[in-house]
Design a protein around this ligand. Structure first.
Ligand SMILES: [Zn+2]
Length: 54
């Protein structure tokens, strides 16, 4: 049975690669490559800001 997996953020059907979300993001399910790369960027920007504050 073919099960189409939808991206948890943009709701597009993920065809090729599905990405597991990180625990920190509090997202259930999978992300498409677009949203995943966006999230990864955000993740590291926030990390940088955190280290600058400390
Ligand atoms: Zn997406």
């Amino acid at each position: 049975m073919y099960n189409s997996i939808k991206c948890s953020i943009c709701d597009n059907i993920i065809n090729l690669f599905k990405y597991k979300s990180m625990k920190d993001w509090q997202i259930n399910g999978y992300l498409c490559s677009n949203c995943y790369s966006k999230k990864i960027k955000e993740h590291y920007v926030h990390k940088k800001e955190d280290t600058l504050k400390n």
